[in-house]
Design a protein around this ligand. Structure first.
Ligand SMILES: Nc1ncnc2c1ncn2[C@@H]1O[C@H](COP(=O)(O)OP(=O)(O)OP(=O)(O)O)[C@@H](O)[C@H]1O
Length: 769
């Protein structure tokens, strides 16, 4: 028998042994679970029999309360234990199918022999709980597997650095307990395994990559030193994958102190949120809080104002006619996205300490109790050096006192009697008991039942007004913000300032916040009303960070002052035009709190697709394809009727085995037009900004909704010069092309767009129809 076969046999033998151990453990847990289930059912059934209920004397009530509490605690403890066993059984089931994917043999300095370390998705001890049969991929020692080839190696533990020598690094492909493949490898984890993983069909949910994490990605996953971890990675370089494995790593590393609510992921759209929702549960971790930045803003701004969605913003921008307004609008977006605007806002807010803050009348039943002028006078009579939110606190206290006075006056009015008649029996009964209880108390000797009920009606009627005062709703935030554009003399005004002022005040009068306005407005609101920083979030992940403006990122930094942040993005895919130097992906690292990792290798697409897209990548950065062969991208030049050539192409792609084929358009409008043409002859699923999940098949979507997602094949129905022309559309075109894993097809009925012209003709196939 060859050495290789002997090794394989020995390894299969070990796999069998581990599976036997798993079987034993499963059996033990099932027995425990059955006993526990019975005891939980018993506890639930006999709950009220086992507690002693006696409510006669106050001591008895306390005793009864303690008895119920004790019984409830017992029940929840058992239920928790039941849940834990359930979780462990789920993990064992996964391990039984595929107990581990890697092995390293490591000899620690000072030791004479090497220890084999087997690495899998979770740890497993032997039946005596003495030795690790499998190490979790996140254990400190497992980092050796991702970081080194044979030779000198080291890893970090809580107690310091462990150095030694790695004598073997082996990868396994185990399915249903049988070794299907086994390779001894160097530092990059198996081309063979990666080839297999990447050659598969696209899935409608993202996969975990633990068995093939690359060295650079491992750096992202395990970084614990920096407050800001910035990852600039080309399309398909595994940024999102690394981010999700990093979350799983942090949840494991800090499992005692970090829970799923302490981690937030800002994703680019709702579709993406469900696309990645599988990864963490697959790794045995709960999903963390996921939201889009838009949803976050809407939630904080409140439902009284309408916030333009980033997709509507994109759609309008891309379908807009390029008249004079176009330049004004662009100037407006650029200005409102900039730190310059933030500075102007800060200056404006500082002027409000002296004058200018707008207030609302305090009214009750259509009668003004305190006028806005009175509130303003009171506010500006306070010490100007006190911060605005603190002064508002004082105003609120004053207002509550004023309201209380009014409350007394209201008591004897007719409306109170009318409301009293609407009270139900219970409330009258309550008043009756109340009077009985007060009988002994001289203080209340004169109070009648009617007085009591009048007081109650008035108190309830004033409750919501008082609540609003406590929330500082007497400040007219929108009106004050608007004055920045109507009244405030701005120094160093940006280009088109008069138009910007006019546009903005018109929008604001209609309660409408454009996308570029929303963050600025929220920033203004929180600065005026006071601290709303979120201290519960310990880790914030921002995917597609290139699409955040400098203003938005500055706001996020201020709102999460105690949070560690991982920012992932690709400047080549920046679909909202912001100046690159202000991008969060190009941080200024003055205080050393930033670590920036650049990923240049692209794993998603075939070598031919990466080669093609590299020529027009906006930043022209070095992009290195992973060596996976495929067809050259195709450009189909047709005679004007797109339906026939498009259907023929889709049919051919299906025949090639592609299950998820995306027709990616520039805009929603283009999607709608195409759907009209195709709906009679093809079953297409249209994806819009509200779509939360999708099935395999033929999908139709605008490029800005395809962000972060991948498909077996991508068809770009119109790559004409008229469709993708200006520089601003380069990133859109690049993003669309790089969604393809295996095949890319483009169609045009005329001249190809300038970006394709930048690619040498031998890099793609032209088909003229
Ligand atoms: N180490 C790896 N092992 C296996 N597959 C990987 C690895 N890294 C990346 N991939 C695969 O490459 C593809 C792209 O990964 P991912 O979506 O994380 O990249 P991205 O950088 O976020 O892409 P984009 O910016 O274009 O949206 C996915 O199919 C992912 O599973």
């Amino acid at each position: 028998m060859s050495e290789e076969n002997k090794n394989r046999e020995a390894e299969q033998h070990r796999v069998n042994h581990v599976i036997e151990e798993i079987d034993q453990r499963q059996e033990k847990l099932y027995t425990k679970l059955a006993g526990l289930k019975e005891s939980v059912i018993n506890l639930r059934q006999n709950f009220w029999e086992d507690v002693s209920v006696n409510l006669e004397e106050s001591d008895d009530v306390i005793e009864t309360h303690a008895s119920i509490k004790q019984q409830a605690e017992l029940l929840s403890e058992r239920e928790l234990f039941h849940g834990k066993i359930d979780e462990e059984l789920k993990t064992l089931k996964k391990l039984k199918n595929n107990p581990y994917f890697g092995r390293i043999d490591f000899r620690e300095d000072g030791e004479s022999t090497s220890e084999p370390i087997y690495i899998g998705i979770a740890s497993l001890m032997d039946h005596n709980d003495d030795d690790f049969l499998v190490f979790d991929w996140r254990a400190p020692i497992s980092s050796l597997y991702y970081d080194y080839s044979s030779g000198k190696a080291q890893y970090q533990t809580m107690d310091g650095t462990i150095t030694g020598e790695m004598t073997l690094k082996r990868q396994f492909m185990i399915r249903n307990g049988a070794i299907k493949g086994m390779f001894d490898t160097g530092v990059t984890i198996g081309d063979e395994l990666l080839q297999q993983a990447l050659g598969n069909n696209a899935s409608t949910t993202m996969k975990s990559i633990v068995s093939t994490i690359q060295k650079e990605q491992n750096k992202i996953i395990r970084d614990e030193q920096h407050r800001f971890l910035v990852v600039q990675g080309v399309a398909g370089s595994g940024k999102t994958s690394a981010a999700l494995q990093r979350i799983a790593y942090l949840m494991y590393r800090y499992r005692e102190t970090l829970n799923k609510d302490n981690v937030v992921l800002f994703s680019p759209n709702p579709l993406f949120s469900s696309y990645v929702a599988n990864v963490l549960p697959e790794l045995g971790e709960a999903n963390v809080r996921q939201t889009t930045f838009y949803e976050y803003l809407v939630d904080k701004i409140g439902s009284k104002l309408t916030v333009e969605s980033p997709f509507q913003h994109m759609e309008d921008k891309l379908t807009e006619v390029r008249d004079t307004h176009y330049h004004t609008k662009k100037a407006c977006i650029d200005y409102k996205s900039s730190l310059n605007f933030k500075q102007h806002l800060d200056e404006y807010m500082s002027s409000l300490t002296k004058d200018g803050l707008q207030f609302k009348n305090i009214s009750f039943r259509k009668e003004v109790l305190v006028t806005k002028e009175q509130i303003r006078d009171y506010f500006y009579s306070l010490d100007p050096t006190v911060a605005i939110p603190n002064k508002l606190e004082l105003v609120a206290k004053w207002l509550l006192r004023e309201i209380k006075k009014q409350q007394q006056n209201e008591k004897n009015k007719d409306w109170v009697m009318e409301q009293m008649e609407l009270l139900d029996k219970e409330e009258y009964l309550q008043a009756h008991y109340h009077m009985q209880a007060q009988d002994q108390d001289e203080l209340y000797a004169d109070e009648t039942e009617e007085d009591f009920l009048r007081g109650k009606v008035v108190q309830e009627a004033f409750a919501s007004l008082k609540q609003k005062v406590k929330q500082f709703q007497f400040v007219h935030i929108l009106e004050t913000y608007k004055k920045l554009f109507t009244d405030w003399p701005l120094k160093n005004a940006p280009e088109y300032w008069d138009d910007i002022r006019e546009w903005t005040s018109k929008d604001l009068s209609q309660g409408y916040l454009a996308w570029e306005e929303a963050t600025a407005f929220l920033y203004f609101k929180v600065c005026i009303l006071g601290d709303t920083t979120d201290r519960s979030v310990r880790h914030l992940f921002i995917d597609e960070a290139q699409d955040y403006s400098p203003f938005q990122f500055a706001y996020i930094k201020e709102q999460f002052p105690y949070t560690r942040m991982t920012l992932l993005g690709d400047i080549n895919q920046a679909i909202y035009t912001h100046e690159i130097k202000g991008s969060p992906l190009v941080p200024n690292n003055e205080d050393g709190s930033y670590e920036r990792i650049v990923l240049t290798k692209s794993y998603r697409s075939t070598k031919q697709i990466v080669d093609f897209t590299t020529y027009f990548a906006p930043e022209g950065e070095m992009i290195e394809p992973f060596n996976r062969e495929g067809q050259k991208p195709e450009l189909v030049i047709h005679q004007g009727n797109i339906v026939e050539p498009l259907l023929a192409k889709i049919k051919a792609l299906q025949e090639n085995g592609h299950e998820t084929i995306a027709l990616i358009c520039k805009t929603q409008q283009e999607c709608d037009e195409l759907l009209e043409l195709l709906s009679d002859s093809l079953l297409v699923t249209q994806i819009n900004e509200k779509t939360r999940s999708y099935q395999k098949g033929i999908l139709l979507l605008p490029v800005y909704l395809a962000k972060g997602i991948e498909f077996d094949a991508v068809v770009i129905p119109n790559v004409s010069e008229a469709m993708y022309a200006g520089e601003a559309e380069r990133t859109l075109f690049y993003t669309a092309c790089t969604r393809a894993m295996h095949e890319l097809v483009m169609l045009t009925d005329g001249k190809r767009c300038p970006f394709i012209l930048e690619v040498p003709e031998d890099k793609y196939k032209v088909i003229t129809g």
